[in-house]
Design a protein. Sequence first.
Length: 393
Amino acid sequence: METQLFIESFLAEHHVGAYLSLDYENANPLLKSFTAGLMLTRKVAFLFKPKGSTIIAQTLDYPFLRADPRLSSFKIVSYPDWKGYLSLLSSSLSDVSTVLMDVSEAGLLPRVSLADYGSVDFVKGLGKEIVSSANLLNALIATIDERGEASQKRAAEKLLSIKDEAFMKIAESLGNGKECDEYAIQSFIGKRFAEEGLVYDDLPIVAVNANASNPHYQPTKERHSPIVEGDLILIDMWAKEKKPGSVYGDITWMAYAGKEVPDKMKVPFAVLVDAIDGALAFLETELPRREVKGYEVDRLVRERIGKSGFLPYFTHRTGHSIKDDASPHGPGVNMDDYESHDTRAIIDGNSFSLEPGIYLPEFGMRSETDVLIRNRKPIVVAGRQREIVTLLK
């Protein structure tokens, strides 16, 4: 009921006639909140309108929907065959001119683009304007409440502490002349996650030198590199608390296995720091006075990195949505004008990473923190690294 009311209010606020979301065998993530546990074997359409919503279901599925108390606020109608389905859909949309559907520009947002071509084409053929549901879904399923915010901050604090422990372990090994490698440090972090009650989808990235030039490099027991004096070390870790509804923390920090960081490493890292500074300043200034879209943040970061000449070595988006998903990559707005052109608005409750990187042939580096939007202001919830950590004194 709460989700239904949210959607209906959103439509009214934005002066949109309807939102049409389609499902088959409980495959639509949003509609699972209404139909989870029901045996639905035919196509079903949820048609939300500002003043009341309808479910269009096949005759065989109708009894299951009709009997479910979660759906008591919907008008539920049934169709016997495909002609009846199209007729009901057509008549139900007769009083609207604009319809939100689960589509995105050029299909570039996979978490949004769930509507099939034929359904979109049919609705368009009725003379309706099709508008992406991206901003509705961002507001509905990609915002964090106060409990989520608190869990994200606790996760980030633990990550930052474990990161310090990992760097200290490397420093102690090197200082005592003991062998150390990427896989050993990855395993150490995974053990500490378990001890701190943190869960994750994958073990962290621990990468040295050129290995860190692969943004998704993963050491394994069979394939990993030693960590020796003079190495540049990247640690990217993400985890959340076990309790349902907990939100990921996601950080990347850099360290140098030596006493003084070489200029060839200092310079590009300073560019990354400046890029994140610029992104935060941009959000601080612009969010209170206008709608800011995800691609704008990525574009600004690329402009700043471009001035240094390192832009060809920044080969992924600036940041990804963060929520209480199975992975740290959430369903909301990404800071992206590279992998996609993300036109979703950044709104209160959105959380996302800022993680520009520079991946040179000799070594790669990335700096990553997490941001939460509250009262149209960015809040850094996962710390900031301003200089590469030196591990040998």
